[in-house]
Design a binder for this molecule. Structure first.
Ligand code: NAP
Length: 282
């Protein structure tokens, strides 16, 4: 990967620009419009949002304000937990498209798996949600479909369906390696995306990362984003601050040494969201 516009290629051949722009906790309205249009002007070609972020209207307006042609952009959204199942998922998708002001999505994800702590028939619920996603995909309304926060046991039933998931978006940052899930995804040709690549900012004062980053003359944020890419994982950094939006793109003019990659890959847990897909209460 040499620029923001270089891509990973999904198993159905769809190209996905290698750094996505995150929008969780970006307030709808002016801030979302400014952040998204600024990101696109800075060179991002991949925007990550979700119905539950409550900002799809602003994100869509930001896309329009940037003036970019729709085909040059890769837009992801996610179906929220209250909308699981076939019919609700179809309706949620239509609302997302209308809020974004778009007529197709590049990628649509199941935001969190239904799990055994919430439902006896959790697997059936996930398969029903997936049936809707598959239908929308086959109708050409979405270019690629996937999941988020799925562990291998959640993925298994979907892998047996007609169109298995192409992407799994999971929490990934130093100290939060999710090795088993990543190995499962690699074996099944599922691209892994990193949510919270900066640990929602928690990584930025980490002493180990600070001691490594100096020799590269880069920031810890840039180190974390580059580290995802060198692990073949697609990072989704978020910012509403123009200088940081730009800073987070300057990750192609240096390479982390193998020794430093090993050190970061071996870091112990140093803070994260604490959200476990089988234990969340939402
Ligand atoms: N699928 C899921 O369940 C899920 C869950 C969480 C997140 N996500 C996705 O992943 C994206 C990223 O995760 P995240 O939002 O947790 O955040 P993140 O990218 O790990 O961190 C964002 C935080 O770091 C700050 N920041 C960004 N760049 C910086 C820089 N260069 N220097 C200093 N501070 C910097 C931001 O501040 P400012 O914004 O104030 O500049 C913000 O507070 C989300 O936006 C969302 O799209 C998905």
């Amino acid at each position: 990967m040499k620029t923001l516009q270089d891509s990973f290629i999904l198993k159905n051949g769809v190209k996905i620009p290698c750094v996505g722009f995150g929008t969780w906790q970006t307030p709808d309205g002016e801030t979302a419009v400014m952040a998204v249009s600024e990101a696109i002007k800075t060179g991002y070609r991949h925007i990550d949002t979700a119905a539950c972020y409550g900002n799809e209207v602003g994100v869509g307006q930001g896309i329009k304000a940037s003036g970019i042609e729709r085909e040059k952009l890769f837009v992801t959204s996610k179906v929220w937990n209250t909308e699981r199942g076939y019919e609700k998922t179809i309706a949620a998708f239509e609302k997302t498209l209308s809020d974004l002001g778009l007529d197709y999505l590049d990628l649509y994800l199941i935001h969190w798996p239904a799990s055994s702590s919430q439902y006896d028939n959790w697997e059936e619920i996930n398969v029903e949600t997936w049936r809707a996603m598959t239908e929308l995909y086959k109708a050409g309304r979405i270019k690629a479909i996937g999941v988020s926060n799925f562990l291998p046991h959640h993925l298994e039933a979907l892998m047996k369906t007609e169109v298995p998931p192409m992407v799994n978006q999971i929490e990934f940052h130093p100290g939060q390696m999710q090795t088993e899930t990543i190995q499962y995804c690699r074996e099944n040709d599922i691209l892994v995306e990193a949510w919270s690549p900066l640990g929602t900012g928690r990584m930025l004062n980490n002493e180990t990362l600070k001691s490594i980053v100096d020799k590269y003359e880069k920031s810890v944020a840039q180190l974390c984003i580059r580290w995802c890419l060198q692990n073949n994982i697609l990072p989704l950094p978020k910012s509403v601050t123009p200088a940081r939006i730009k800073e987070n793109t300057a990750v192609f003019d240096f390479a982390i040494t193998e020794k430093d990659m090993d050190t970061i890959n071996a870091m112990a847990y140093c803070g994260g969201s604490g959200l476990h897909p089988d234990q969340v209460d939402f």
